[in-house]
Design a protein around this ligand. Sequence first.
Ligand SMILES: *[C@@H]1O[C@H](CO)[C@@H](O)[C@H](O)[C@H]1NC(C)=O
Ligand SMILES: *[C@@H]1O[C@H](CO)[C@@H](O)[C@H](O)[C@H]1NC(C)=O
Ligand SMILES: *[C@@H]1O[C@H](CO)[C@@H](O)[C@H](O)[C@H]1NC(C)=O
Ligand SMILES: *[C@@H]1O[C@H](CO)[C@@H](O)[C@H](O)[C@H]1NC(C)=O
Length: 288
Amino acid sequence: MLSLIPFFFLLPRCVFAPDLRPCTFLRPAQFARVAYCSSASITAWTCGTPCEALKNITFLQSGGNQGTIPLYYIAHDADGEALVVAHEGTDAKNILSILNDAEFGLVPLNASRFPETAGQNITVHSGFQETFERTADGLLAGVMSGLASTGVKKVLVTGHSLGAALATMTGAMIKDAVDPSVEVSVVGFGLPRGGNPAWADFLDNGVGVTFMTNQNDPVPVVPPKFLGFQHSSGEVHIVDDTQQNFVACPGQDNENCSTGNNVLDSSVQNHLGPYFDDITFGGSQCSS
Ligand SMILES: *[C@@H]1O[C@H](CO)[C@@H](O)[C@H](O)[C@H]1NC(C)=O
Ligand SMILES: *[C@@H]1O[C@H](CO)[C@@H](O)[C@H](O)[C@H]1NC(C)=O
Ligand SMILES: *[C@@H]1O[C@H](CO)[C@@H](O)[C@H](O)[C@H]1NC(C)=O
Ligand SMILES: *[C@@H]1O[C@H](CO)[C@@H](O)[C@H](O)[C@H]1NC(C)=O
């Protein structure tokens, strides 16, 4: 499969080559990594390596409880002139059991939150939507007041694993709520499938999602397509463990990337990383 991949490109140092694609992933990955650290250390921005990698950050708000409700935080990134919303994920074993649990099928998207989708037959993973709804109102209020108080015109929403699935819903919600002059971007890592083809199209035509998948991570290929799930566009796939080789995967569920993986090769370690620049998710790089 790998020999068919049309092109490779090196991971640049972002300071030297700010426009090359992997650079668009570095800061989102750093913010998503922080979301796994303890709530107190995020509030004080003293979580060790993950926090030290990000300068000039002002913590604004967090929610969730790092237990039944995954944590999210909102911060002001002065250097990026953006608000950042990052969702904590969950461990690989837990996300796989959520994704393989038949109880969590597809349910209609909450049309009261996304009124413009009425009649579009959009369905999403019930567990993701339930989890998203637990913090959605407070999160949105925090983003609106953060935009007003900082004056920035960009919102980055990011997360890994379950956190990436929540980031897609959060990004769509924020895009709906903000002035069109505010740029909203969603960047995910180890993103599972979160809804039906109509949901994938809604994301593609709306906020747009970019997501990085690592080699034989099993999470991006569940829940399976035969149960009615579909990825949006925007996948960038890591093809080996050199932390250097990436391939863009045009379209939805491109068979040259994760979707074409052989389940027999799946690696839970690939879900955690490292992805690139030695970024690993799940909290192992946090000081607390
Ligand atoms: C997969 O790769 C092959 C060979 O490079 C290419 O011809 C094909 O169009 C690719 N498929 C997709 C969906 O991009
Ligand atoms: C970021 O912090 C550095 C010092 O740590 C400072 O020189 C720079 O002006 C700060 N940038 C912004 C946008 O605040
Ligand atoms: C649907 O969204 C509305 C906000 O528009 C919220 O108040 C309500 O709780 C959500 N419903 C469910 C079932 O989560
Ligand atoms: C809604 O979408 C599902 C696929 O997710 C499809 O099977 C079903 O026929 C669609 N229903 C309508 C009314 O379009």
